[in-house]
Design a protein around this ligand. Sequence first.
Ligand SMILES: [Zn+2]
Length: 264
Amino acid sequence: MTKIFIDPGHGGTDPGAQANGLREKDLTLSIALKLRNILNNEYEGHSLLLSRTTDKTLQLGERTTMANNWGANYLVSIHINAGGGTGFESYIYNGSYAGKAETNRLRGLVHDAIVSETGFQNRGKKEANFHMLRESNMHSVLTENGFIDHSADASKLKSDAFLTSIARGHAKGLARALGLKQKSGSGTYYRVVTGSFVTRQNADIQVNALKAKGFESFIEIYQQSGTTYYRVITGSYQSRANAEQQVTRLKNAGFESFIVTYTP
Ligand SMILES: [Zn+2]
């Protein structure tokens, strides 16, 4: 069982960086809670401890003591940057210590997954003498997820869906780094939707257009607010990763699609 300690930066009387109507402490907590849910819903082989799950004041020493006493195998401290710049960067401890090469290798997997999932500008894999990295006894990484005082980054950070993609990037990276397995047979399917139509005729046209490019689809009748929709489903998968690969294949063939979860 891999123990992962998740630390949403700041909290309570310490708001962290503030700009554009955003507070770092709120964003880090939101990302951490989403990360917890994704890891628990979609992966297995781990246990999690969060330094905080509410807007609570915590000293840095309390956070690392919590992680050390719990015997965490990995620590991730989530932050939002400020001070001029844009994009994503991550940090490991800059000292010289046993296991640093491995700490850096694991960080690389987490870092790359976040950049790829968010599309953030990649500011690089960095080192610093931060408390959370220096005083924790396990492999650790600190992520700086966009600049709160950069208008384009801030407008992304105002989107709940974007915070989810930051969390999903962390989850994918942690899963790769720590060898977490995706849950299978949990009864949830990831369906790739390539269109939703109010007439079956239009749905059939889409099915045929997909077929012409080699994609098999089926139509699902879907009711929303009293309206019947004919949804074109081009693939149903037990793992989200496989559904995402299908989204990419469809995109390359000129079809926009999105994933919905389905529980029979
Ligand atoms: Zn911070």
